[in-house]
Design a protein around this ligand. Sequence first.
Ligand code: NAP
Length: 453
Amino acid sequence: MNKNSSNIMALAPSTSNRRETVCIFGTGDFGRALGHKMIQSGYPVVFGSRSTQISSLIPKGAEVLSHAEAAQKAAVIIIAIQRQNYNFLTPLTEILHGKVLVDVSNNLKINEYPESNAEYLAQLVPGAKVVKAFNTVSAWALQSGTLDASRQVFVCGDDTEAKQIVMNIVRALGLTPLDQGSLLAAQEIENYPLQLFPMWKFPILLSFGLAAFFFFYCLIRNVIYPYVYENKDFSFFIAISIPNRICPILALTLLALVYLPGVLAAIIQLYRGTKYCRFPDWLDKWMLCRKQLGLVALAFASLHVLYTLVIPIRSFVKWRMSSQIISQVLNNKTEPLDTTNAWLSDSYLALGILGFFLFVLLGITSLPSVSNNVNWREFRFVQSKLGYLTLILCTAHTLVYGGKRFLNPSSYRWARQNWNNLWCSMVSSLSCPLRLRSTCTYTYPHRSTCTRA
Ligand code: NAP
């Protein structure tokens, strides 16, 4: 078949259901997997390979020819070969003239080369129409049919018609093409598979860091301190009580961090007197991962709800309630209902329930399938107005629960005592290094007296 006629055939709109032959250079893992999928979708496939022997691995129904012979059979050629081996294409420049070359290659490192692989291919074969596609789909997913996670195929190229042909093939394979523009976008597309949850890195690291900090804080305060000073074993707090303290703290902190960058951005704009100026890089990155921060916050809030629901069936709680009742019986005294406390407890629960409901609503509207169905104003209303309302309700829930205790100095007695001891040991070792064995007494500036032997 004449090479120009095959080009015209492919570029013309298809009038029948018959699919045009597609050529795949390279019979490696990806070439074979893509070939298999194409044959299943009704495309005649011809492989261009260094060896024309048909092995059992080659998909049934495909031909294997030399590169030059295979290229002449199709208008679309998929280059399923690593970039470093592209040199063999130079002698084929004439045969490849006018053909659509699909670059599927990836690199081992982000921005490994100064130009993208697709741009490099376009330089090597100047007469060809290079399109970048399929690089984010794995050979395994194509072969096994488990494409749920990677149904999107990013496509870019300078020739609109060539790009359209490739996008039609993508659709015919049951995938979703996403036009990313010209070949300049190829570098970014090539970096996608090398990125591991790029937007999730900061929220996850931050939440791990905060969780570790608050875990040790609660461990010292609620387990180690009572054990050392009161000889009480509350180590079982590690299972539910401590996580149930960490989860709401993290949920509220992370939710506040979703809205804080917006406020900072507004202050920066007011300070600069213009909105036509780039934000600092750190603020840009922070704003870009707000959705992820919010979803991590929602995960912690949901855990808090679950931990709270099991409180009544905890053996410690049951024991405490029964001992309170027994002590009332023994003392023959009934505690009267404290209506202020009842009000506080009900308000705190009501605020928590409302806050969590709005939190879930925010999470649901951030799902692409939902956000695609609302217009920009509706989306902004939910994410901004309802978001602030959620933050206010959750903060009120926390304040009603712990505001009094937060301001009460007795809540920090463990810290004061520890600082006191630390102060004593520091002063004693500094002031009487040579008299450590003898007894010396120091007075803590504000409070008690301590003795060090
Ligand atoms: P592979 O299994 O190593 O296959 C590469 C093929 O390239 C070989 O089978 C060989 O085919 C051909 N080749 C090797 N050296 C050559 C040379 N010097 N000259 C000409 N052809 C040569 O690699 P792969 O996993 O299929 O990957 C192929 C391309 O697809 C890569 O660029 C990769 O980044 C991209 N990709 C792969 C995946 C994946 O999941 N594997 C996903 C997305 C993109 P012949 O023996 O037939 O000549």
